[in-house]
Design a protein around this ligand. Structure first.
Ligand code: C2E
Ligand code: MG
Ligand code: MG
Ligand code: MG
Length: 293
């Protein structure tokens, strides 16, 4: 961060200090430019969603998709969420942007259901800021009413840290959402500070094991132990487990062997634009029907 950078720069002497000061200026002005352009992005329709399929542990049947936000300003490449989500959160822009994401994801699911795909879930990421906003429950209710999708097919992903930020407030919002029948998931599990025992106080359905534990699951016995015991403990608490970041057949096999319920990752499919996701899901469905006959 800026303070440590400054500290090191001073320790290195005058020229380096100059360098770091310029670097920090550059970072600050990039931030300002992103902030200014992000304010226009929604109205200018520069935002879109990509959809990454999730599968039953056999890796065959698609159980849902995770909606992932993308931003493409005209004449530029795609800007990844890592570069703008934090700014959207800090400025509060995540509230209107997040409401748009909820609506768009549910409208897309409506199209898929209307096209005859078997019921699948659409998962939407929520930030801490949205969870603390009183409008969230209303927004979700409106979107469900407007699109008519069965509430349990909408899954809301919340990170441990977002929940633990203000646990008493979070629990009330989550209970209201649960009462509507939506599915709730804890995202990036294992990266924040919480325990499963504590999380059990929240009305959650799914636990997503963070991809940092999946990455070295075959090589690092500690990561394997964390993943395996998380699966066991989650099951004993009645939660379904989804592993994210599955990149190899060996990881998939190991997760399946240890009873992980669902999987998501580049090995199975990258996040896809809506049209490509539609083709992917339809093709999968055809393959399955053919195999069953
Ligand atoms: P996340 O919710 O944990 O989403 C999964 C991220 O992991 C996605 O990155 C996805 O592309 C990436 N991923 C999936 N499979 C693999 C894999 O096998 N290997 C690797 N290396 N990566 C994989 P993405 O799309 O860049 O999103 C990053 C984060 O931005 C998300 O992490 C989520 O926290 C946030 N985000 C994305 N869309 C939204 C949104 O609509 N609202 C909010 N509040 N946050 C969002
Ligand atoms: Mg997520
Ligand atoms: Mg995640
Ligand atoms: Mg993540």
């Amino acid at each position: 961060n800026a303070d440590t950078a400054m500290y090191h720069a001073k320790a290195l002497g005058r020229n380096n200090y100059q360098f770091f000061a310029e670097e920090m200026n550059r970072v600050a002005s990039e931030r300002l430019s992103i902030e200014a352009r992000l304010r226009q992005a929604l109205a200018r329709q520069e935002l879109s969603l990509h959809y990454q399929p999730q599968f039953a542990a056999d890796g065959e049947r698609a159980t849902g998709v995770e909606a992932l936000l993308r931003w493409q300003p005209p004449g530029e490449g795609m800007i990844e969420p890592a570069r703008f989500i934090t700014i959207a959160e800090e400025t509060g822009m995540i509230v209107p942007i997040g409401a748009w994401v909820l609506g768009e994801a549910c409208r897309q699911l409506r199209r898929w259901l209307d096209a005859g795909l078997p019921p699948l879930r659409v998962a939407v990421n929520l930030s801490a800021r949205q969870l603390r906003n009183a409008e969230l429950v209303l927004t979700v209710r409106e979107v469900l009413a407007e699109t008519g999708i069965p509430p349990q097919l909408l899954e809301l992903e919340i990170t441990e840290s977002a929940v633990m930020d203000k646990p008493e407030e979070a629990i009330q919002v989550l209970q209201a959402l649960k009462q509507m029948g939506v599915t709730l998931a804890i995202d990036d599990f294992g990266t924040g500070y919480s325990s499963l025992a504590y999380l059990k106080l929240f009305p959650i359905d799914h636990l997503k094991i963070d991809r940092s534990f999946v990455r070295d699951i075959e090589r690092d016995p500690n990561d394997a132990a964390i993943a395996v015991s998380t699966i066991a403990l989650a099951h004993s608490l009645g939660l379904r487990v989804v592993a994210e970041g599955v990149e190899t057949a060996a990881q998939l096999q190991m997760l399946r062997r240890h009873g992980c319920d669902e999987v998501q990752g580049f090995f199975l499919s990258r996040p896809l634009p809506a049209e490509a996701a539609t083709q992917f899901l339809l093709r999968r469905q055809e393959d399955r029907t053919r195999r069953l006959h």
